[in-house]
Design a protein around this ligand. Structure first.
Ligand code: ADP
Ligand code: MG
Length: 323
């Protein structure tokens, strides 16, 4: 079983940022209002994620680390309308098999919390512990027992960049949650969790970028969009600064990036790659989130329709701005 988890880990966890992604998604699924992510050395030696969510019952703590253990799907129908970010029950089993994990967790109605330590999938220690409601995971020495995988990690700076990027995207996707990112003991940014997207853009990217963003929204029947796009007068961004969320989830999607390019191409000569943050909402049955295990790739059932919708929305704003 440990071997199976280690093999599965290769799919779910390939570098520190994928650990962070899984744990932050779990915190979001646990209804956290505050999530703190702390890393050291690019996350290779230390990742700590603290949330103030619902916590895990003492009787469920070990189960959570079992493969295919998920508390999030009640029946097969749920698969078609998944609202939680996790649903496969693979992340904790995978992460625990290739690192040294400490878990501290407490639910609202428990008097004491639980501490559990697992190294390479083996339980090392379990005890009662006093702690506030919520969950903290500490992941130490990722891939310490998988030298082949260890070697594939990039420099600390590069791995840190991936993580910083990811937390930024989470903070933008969930502006109702406060995110704090700490790197090697220094706070990189904190979002307030009660503020608008534009305030989060200030917290994360700075005032300069934020003050040059335009906002446009649109809705046609059950599909809606909110977009923050850089003013056409602002010289180029690049595709990396284009961030998309579909139904609140960060996604990579060529249809949306093509749509931006098309909208700008004809109207704005200097800048085909604006900085933009696009929030699209679409009924879940009109997209397929299940095509990739890490779920950043999605596919729309009617790609042309969505593309036109995005192009038209952005164009209307650009035209208005040019008048
Ligand atoms: P999944 O998210 O697909 O359900 P995971 O392996 O990521 O699977 O997590 C397993 C289970 O552990 C979750 O279904 C949830 O019940 C519990 N869990 C994990 N992280 C947290 C957390 N931060 N707060 C509360 N429960 C959690
Ligand atoms: Mg999960």
């Amino acid at each position: 079983k440990l071997i199976a988890n280690k093999i599965a880990a290769g799919e779910v966890v390939d570098r520190p940022v994928s650990v962070v992604k899984e744990l932050v998604e779990n915190a979001i699924d646990a209804n956290a209002s505050k999530i703190i992510v702390e890393i050291k050395e690019g996350g290779k030696t230390y990742i700590r994620i603290t949330d103030d969510g619902i916590g895990i019952y003492e009787s469920d703590v070990e189960i959570a680390f079992e493969r295919h253990a998920t508390s999030k799907i009640k029946d097969a129908d749920d698969l078609n309308s998944i609202l939680s970010l996790g649903f496969r029950g693979e992340a904790l089993a995978s992460i625990a098999s290739v690192s040294q994990v400490e878990l501290i967790t407490k639910t609202e109605d428990s008097k004491t919390g639980t501490y559990l330590e697992i190294h390479g999938g083996e339980i090392i220690e379990r005890k009662e512990i006093g702690c506030p409601k919520g969950t903290t995971f500490v992941i130490k020495n990722l891939f310490y027992n998988m030298p082949a995988r260890y070697q594939f990690m990039k420099s600390n700076a590069v791995e840190t960049g991936y993580i910083s990027d990811l937390i930024s995207k989470f903070a933008l996707a969930y502006s109702n949650i406060s995110f704090r990112f700490i790197n090697n003991g220094t706070i990189v940014f904190t979002t307030s969790g009660s503020s608008s997207v534009i305030n989060n853009i200030v917290s994360i990217y700075g005032k300069e970028i934020a003050k040059n963003m335009m906002y446009v929204s649109n809705r046609v029947k059950d599909i809606s969009i909110e977009a923050y796009i850089s003013k056409p007068t602002i010289a180029r961004g690049n595709k990396k600064q284009q961030v998309f969320f579909v139904n609140g989830r960060y996604v990579k999607n060529k249809i949306i990036s093509d749509a931006i390019e098309e909208a700008y191409k004809t109207l704005v000569k200097v800048n085909r790659f604006p900085i933009c943050f696009i929030y699209l909402n679409i009924p879940p049955n009109r997209l397929d989130v299940n095509i990739h295990p890490t779920k950043t790739e999605i596919r729309f059932d009617d790609e042309l329709y969505i593309k036109d919708f995005v192009v038209n929305t952005l164009r209307s704003k650009l035209l208005e701005e040019n008048l």
